[in-house]
Design a protein around this ligand. Structure first.
Ligand SMILES: [Zn+2]
Length: 81
């Protein structure tokens, strides 16, 4: 049984490819080149919710959309006599 599975992720700080063990998915790891911190997440499988940055961005976009549509309908209602 292969117990050392790696995936390659690009470091957001120095842009170099990092070999990260699958067991570190969703955890914060340190780049071995620049020592920058990053959250390990496999870009090919978004099943791992460790990428909460993207998730919170999505949630924020959803909220903004909801707010703007609410404002639009409100102003539309106000514009009508
Ligand atoms: Zn780096």
């Amino acid at each position: 049984m292969a117990n050392s599975m790696y995936f390659v992720q690009e470091c957001p700080t120095c842009g170099r490819g990092l070999q990260i063990r699958v067991e570190y998915l969703g955890r914060q790891v340190v780049c071995q080149h620049c020592r920058g911190k990053l959250t390990a997440c496999d870009p090919e499988s978004h099943r791992y919710s460790g990428c909460d940055e993207a998730e919170s961005l999505l949630r924020r976009a959803e909220e903004l959309l909801r707010d703007s549509s609410r404002q639009m309908s409100a102003s539309r209602r106000a514009a009508q006599p």
